[in-house]
Design a protein around this ligand. Sequence first.
Ligand code: AMP
Ligand code: MG
Length: 480
Amino acid sequence: MNANWNFDNSYARLPERFFTKIRPTPVSDPKLVVLNRSLADELGLCAEALAGEEGVAVFAGNRIPEGAEPLAQAYAGHQFGHFNMLGDGRAILLGEHVTPNGERVDIQLKGSGRTPYSRGGDGRAALGPMLREYIISEAMHALRIPTTRSLAVVTTGEVVIRDKELPGAILTRVAASHLRVGTFQYAARFLSKEELQALADYAIKRHYPNGEHAPNRYLFFLEEVMKKQAELVAKWQLVGFVHGVMNTDNMTISGETIDYGPCAFMDVYDPTTVFSSIDTQGRYAYGNQPYIAGWNIARFAESLLPLLHEKEEKAIELAQEAIAQFPTLYETYWLQGMRAKLGLCTEEAEDKKLIGELLHLMYTYRADYTNTFRALTLDEWHFCEKELCDWYTRWQKRIARQDMTKEEVYERMRQNNPAIIPRNYRVEEALAAAVERGDNTVMERLLYVLKRPYAYTKEQEEYAKPPEPSDRPYRTFCGT
Ligand code: AMP
Ligand code: MG
């Protein structure tokens, strides 16, 4: 049976310092844990073949499919504000698969062994974090948020040593590309201007082909990446997603969410929410994400300076003018999304205030973020506090001032407020069953209900419940 892989590897044609050709390190006893059949279909791949022995051998890195040219990508990045040389230390790009529709996607194995960029690491990944990435990235996709996808997770039959021995696993990740802000920082810092330009031309051709004929294609490129990132982070904010490690190497040029390490969804609305155990200063707290995206964009703009204009002063001026737009861009996307969440289809000057008041009340009363919007959407707003009732009355008056029936308003809200998100306790419960007991049914059920977050089905109700109150905050760990 043929899996229908159709590789055409454009990244491998870039100047050679952008990568190291290297094969994954074979593993002893690969077993399929989960396969994303609907994604396989979308990509024109044959799920039956992927689930078979040869297909699993590919996911494990034991077999290189025809046409693949495995390599590890070089990149750098600011990690918690500090610049480092990085690169794929535990991932290998098999190549680019071109779908029957002509769409080009990276096929990457994560956890596939050491590379020249591994530094002290073992190049491996544990089952729990790989399944976590699978669950959350697929949930994000279903929430209509641009993201890398997860095609499969296999166990390796080997253990990885973290604070204890854990089952080793490999995730097959599918992405529009793995070009990162950090790829540009790497080129700007360590390579020649010609190599930087080759990378920029490549990225424009792959992701922003309209820019090929723009008067200043690199400025156009910067502005387009800014828009994509502003839109992406606005979508994160709107669903309460905390990425957790917004280092510049974890920010894509395509505008997809990438690297689901310590990410998690916020329950109670609180802008200071941090889940990552290593983010002790709260640099990547929920409320900081838009500012950090702007900071990262500024690093991106810096790396493009040599291309923006031949005179450095003029290049800086162009970059500054462009990045000064980021906060406004972000706010425009966010406000548009918030209006949709509240069923508003017209724009009034006071809308921002009305939204701000709701968020403030949610913060004051420690309300669950997702379920507050869920309650509004289902017309189940049962608060008795006066301030909340007053807000509700103002909102009702506001929606009455637009030419829309109540049904239309509520329909708009259902389209824009998820009935469920991957609640942390639900994700943990699924991972515990899979990792500790080899029982995947809890995860499969969770994946199933997360597939249609805007459907408001009966079976989702159980999954919409917030966690039991706890005196210990939820903590996540980088998947290393
Ligand atoms: P991440 O936190 O996944 O964004 O990874 C940051 C950097 O550390 C990247 O260069 C990774 O490739 C590298 N890295 C993470 N975990 C490992 C590991 N177990 N072995 C080698 N390199 C790793
Ligand atoms: Mg990363």
